[in-house]
Design a protein. Sequence first.
Length: 664
Amino acid sequence: MKDKRFIEETFPVKEVSVESAREKNIRHGHISTLHIWWARRPLASSRATNYAALIPPPKDIDDWNNKRQFIADFSKWENSLNQSMIERARKDILEASGGKPPKVLDPFGGGGAIPLEALRLGCETYSNDLNPVAILIQKCTLEYPQKYGRPVKRKTTSEFMGNEIEGEEDVNPLLEDVKKWGDWVLEEAKKEIGRFYPIEDDGSIPVGYIWARTIPCQNPSCGAEIPLMRQFWLAKKAKKKVTLSPYVEDGGVHFKIAGDGYETMPDGFDPSKGTVARAVATCPVCGSTVDANTTRRLFQEGTADQRMVAVVLHKPGQSGKRYRIATGKDVDVFREAAEYLKEKREKLTLEWGMDPVPDEPTPEGKGRGAERAFSVRNYGMNTWGDLFNARQKLALITFAKKVRHAHCKMLNEGYEVEYAKAVVGYLGLILSRHSSYNATLCWWEPLGERSFNVFGRQALPMVFDHSEQNPFGNLTGNWKLQTNITAEIIEHFSNIKNEIPAVVTQASATSLLHPGNFFDAVFTDPPYYDNVPYSYLSDFFYVWLKRTVGDLYPELFSTPLTPKKNEIVAYSNGPGGWKDGKAFFEDMLKKSFQEIHRVLKPAGIAVIVYAHKSTEGWETLINSLLDSGLIMTGAWPLHTEMATRLRAQESATLPPPYTLSPGR
């Protein structure tokens, strides 16, 4: 018979919802900054629900109020490392579990938020996922900081009034080494390819480049090259408005910079109106249009091209960015980079035994639901390497090569094998994350004057006017910034003091690698029906991780792409298409819940978070639960998204944590 838990009687829904939504704006040291993972649960709600599920119900009204207030306060981000609150929570949990840390499992660990909070609460934590990208993220979140991020004493010397004074300081070796080798990789890459991002005569650094894809006008009497641009803004701030201003001359489309500090904007010019919308293009020369199907056909036939339009500049010591029109010299440098790419690509293919530029196929983007999240094949981008221009490919394979070289140097310098593997794991994630800021699906965001990440949503839509960034520059996503962000989050993770690092396993949630009656609690966030195509999205990162750290993690990166056969999502599956996909999802989810039932102790508890906008999604969840042996004992509706978030604007998703007992 299961004991009652606090979460089954009461829970501060409103307060935790507010903190969960607020957390979306937090970056410094937050788990989301280590690496992208889709549908990762907020730490606030994870911490609150985990704690509330591991303590007994309130004894009286005072205990009721005190515990609710504590949970509300503990869910705040600023209290995530509050040692007195953490110690109180751990003490409460230990008392409730007979003085021994409870064994806790997340069978769908994903980005690691839920098991991270179990680790923070002092639990013996286990996390599982099928996706290899998720597994590496979890190792760098739940395992390595606990194993290698403990402070060690380092001798120091300082000078005072001409005398040398010896002392000691605490250092985090993992943090120090990730920063050290991240910086080493950056400098080595810069020595090799820095010349392809030449500094201006006045010392300004080209931090980014604005590109437009092009197609030929289909009017036989015109034939002009149409630059495909959604809009022309470069900067759109209260005190700074700068645009690309197109004009026609000698039968072609040219540009100049207009706005504050540049030429005057032409009368009647609306920068928000570009030359393409939903793949329908308008020729600025003759005014004729090209329909969407023809636009896509031109890309598939290889008739489309791309054109560097502008260069984004930053001068060290000065604030803000400047812009200029791209010149023939800029194009020549890019062509030189493309030539060097050919040479380097041939050498690395022989050395690595694979094409260093990802040649694995992109998703087809057919079917319904989340399957339609991919449109790149409609435009001839049939391999993952096609999502990058020549200079971006050169930069990424160069960084990958330097990361591999860094590992060799670590071993030559006497680093312990598993520790070196951990350090390089973080370097692999740095490159992986940088790749999402330096692809031809990134776009220039004029409100912040920055290059926007590929994954503005859980999809890979076509981007016609795209931005390229200098990895040695200062735009969001540059290598140095990614290294610093990684160091910050290692510091945060290392401050979660738990004597037992989490155990991370790769397996299907339908076949867990644990004995029966093993866990005191299961906290999880299963896949959301057809909402998120996790495996297809993560292939974007998988192909680069395979080339960077694949040799160190062969158990994760031996397959061409991420495993899909047993992924629990409702895609079109089998000859029955969508109907079979729905049945597959329901059957696999039921099996995963039956596994939860199997590994839970008779007095255990399961907390399941679920979100979906359709009744079909909820129906399949409930059907799967009914056949699992688990018994629902409570449900709470939590708002965990910001109202302004793009996904939240499209649908209302309320992810309630269901509390369940094994029902034996």
